[in-house]
Write a protein that binds this ligand. Structure first.
Ligand SMILES: Nc1ncnc2c1ncn2[C@@H]1O[C@H](COP(=O)(O)OP(=O)(O)OP(=O)(O)O)[C@@H](O)[C@H]1O
Length: 357
């Protein structure tokens, strides 16, 4: 029996191979009611294959999938009745008109949503007398989204729901997805747009080459953003191969002297030193090792390619002053100096050495 605490979707150890390509390897994740779970990753990371296995469009090689406590294969009818799916190719009948399609789908469900209201909300009414074949990509996308929602599902899978949409329609889709979450639906959203994940997601699962390489809330993954406005990275450009030893010492001396000022409290939800074993405070690096994140008093200093320097952690005004003072002592102009919040894109880059796009 499923309780309200149990995930609506639970995926454990899912693997799927296409010939020589291991599309999905030992993937585990879950999605809860009233939450948006984003599956984020670059092209070919295995997101669509994972969703296709979840909704029964592909047979997994191994692993377990449970939806609302049921087995999607054994209880396929009951699972389908409570699940909405929007896939990238849409799967819409080309010769039909949007409202005909939506009315047809709505008749298959016990408690469907009002077709006219949904069509109005997604701006479908304006082109409802054209066949699907004659719609633009973005218009088809809206019909596919409506088709996924018309049955009033408890769990909805949205594969790249904002791909190809103009900014105005993206906003409509984001609002709709938030409404779904607020009404208690479990939303699983695949995307390679980190803006989607950062804006919408309660939980993010970052995929790369068929594996989940990091998981957590956006704030946990990016190291969070503290109440007093202290930022999470400081970057500057300078000559390559600077000797950073004295800067490290100066930053360490700040920490030990407790110079981070009155706002230097720990962030809610972040761990105490030593409790890095939980997934919520860490990420998996390329070798599958847990890397601690969100330690507000730890400053990491690294040199990227061609003289790009980066500090990550809790960047206080004192840290900024230490860096600029060190630069002044070394007669060095820190070019392109910037301070800001780390994004999921940064996290992905740090974990894989590549960008999401
Ligand atoms: N039917 C198929 N036959 C052979 N290989 C496939 C098939 N479907 C997917 N693949 C391969 O499996 C890997 C994962 O593909 P998948 O479509 O799941 O990635 P994705 O993360 O959804 O990518 P995208 O963001 O581009 O949609 C890729 O290397 C892809 O080429």
């Amino acid at each position: 029996m499923l309780t309200s605490e149990d995930p609506v979707l639970r995926v454990e150890g899912l693997s799927k191979r296409f010939g020589k390509t291991q599309a999905v390897r030992d993937v585990s994740f879950s999605a809860r009611a009233g939450e948006i779970s984003a599956v984020l990753g670059p092209n070919g990371a295995g997101k669509t294959t994972t969703i296709e296995c979840c909704v029964g469009l592909r047979a997994a090689d191994s692993g377990d999938i449970s939806i609302l406590g049921m087995n999607p294969k054994a209880d396929s009818g009951a699972v389908r009745a409570r699940t909405g799916v929007m896939l990238q190719d849409g799967g819409l009948p080309m010769g039909a008109r949007p409202l005909e399609v939506l009315r047809h789908f709505s008749r298959l469900y016990a408690n469907p949503r009002n077709v006219d209201e949904l069509a109005e909300q997604l701006g479908i009414t304006a082109f409802s007398n054209r066949t699907i074949r004659r719609l633009s990509g973005g218009q088809r996308q809206r019909v596919a989204l409506a088709a996924a929602l018309v049955g009033g599902p408890s769990l909805v899978f949205l594969d790249e729901p904002t791909a190809g949409l103009d900014p105005q329609t993206q906003l409509v889709v984001w609002e709709l997805v938030e409404q779904l979450r607020d009404s208690g639906v479990a939303v699983v959203l695949t995307t390679h747009t980190m803006e989607d994940a950062e804006r919408l997601a309660d939980q993010v699962f970052i995929f790369d080459i068929g594996e989940v390489v990091a998981a957590g809330t956006p704030a946990e993954l990016t190291g969070g953003f503290s109440d007093d406005g202290n930022c999470e990275f400081l970057r500057f450009d300078g000559p390559a191969d600077l000797d950073l030893g004295t800067l490290r010492l100066a930053l360490g001396a700040n920490r030990q002297a407790g110079h981070d000022g009155p706002g230097a409290n720990r962030q809610a939800g972040h761990g105490q030193p030593g409790d890095a074993g939980s997934m919520s405070h860490g990420q998996l690096d390329r070798n599958g090792l847990l890397v601690e994140t969100g330690r507000p008093d730890a400053i990491e200093l690294s040199e990227g390619p061609s003289g790009h320097y980066q500090l990550t952690g809790r960047i206080t005004p004192r840290v900024l002053a230490t860096v600029t003072a060190w630069c002044a002592d070394h007669d060095l102009m820190p070019r392109n100096l910037s301070v800001g919040r780390r994004t999921l894109e940064d996290v992905f880059l740090e974990l894989t050495g590549r960008t999401l796009r």
